[in-house]
Each structure stands twice: as C-alpha cells, then as structure tokens.
Design a protein around this ligand. Structure first.
Ligand SMILES: [Zn+2]
Length: 119
C-alpha cells in the first residue's frame, strides 16, 4: 500500500467518525433536555437510572470515537514525518498485516499488548 492511499483512507475514516461524534453529541444534549424538566424524585427513579445508564454507555462510545480520532491524527502525523509503520514506543516495525487491519495503528502488537495489560 502506498502512503497516499493510506492517507486518503485515514481522512475518509476521520470524516466518518466526526460525523458519528456529532450525532452522538446531538442525541446526548437532546436526552439531557428531555429529562431535565422532570422531577428527579419519586416514580421516575428507575427510569432515570436507566436513562443515566444509557447516557453512560453513550459517553463510553463517544470516548472510543474520540480515542480512534486521536489515533488517526497521530497516524496522519506519522505519514507526514515519515515514521508511518514504525512503532511509537519501541521504534520497531508495526507490521503490514496489522496496518492493513488497523491503518491508524501507531504501536506494534507487542507494545499494544503491553499497554493494554498496564491499564
Ligand atoms: Zn513496539
């Protein structure tokens, strides 16, 4: 794969993610408006709890979207400075297979696994 194709793919993906993020933010603000007029006490408690849980899941999803966006930006920077395909941590090759599956990968499999364990 040549870098221009990769860059284009990353930019496409970025546009798509930003659009999803906008939808999330719109849904999030409208659901806050819907519940803000109600009393937080009494019979609506269970419903409110469910709504709060929904919101939390949305926020997690939103967090994931932001995380991927951040990685895409990092990968685009790496394309610019010529370090694309090189692990951010150990400087080793990330690997063609891995980049094909996740073009925004900035860590090799070994470093990625290590990072996930340390969380
Ligand atoms: Zn590495």
């Amino acid at each position: 794969m040549d870098h221009e194709t990769i860059r284009k793919g990353l930019l496409d993906e970025r546009v798509k993610l930003e659009r999803e993020l906008l939808v999330f933010e719109k849904e999030l603000s409208s659901s806050v408006e819907e519940t803000s007029g109600e009393s937080p006490y009494g019979q609506h408690l269970a419903e409110n709890a469910a709504a709060a849980l929904d919101r939390e899941m949305d926020l997690t999803l939103e967090g994931n979207l932001r995380e991927v966006l951040r990685r895409i930006d990092r990968a685009l920077l790496k394309l610019d400075d010529g370090s694309y395909g090189v692990c951010d941590k150990c400087g080793g090759p990330i690997g063609e297979d891995r980049l094909e599956a996740a073009p925004y990968a900035v860590l090799c499999m070994t470093c990625k696994r290590r990072e996930e364990r340390s969380r």
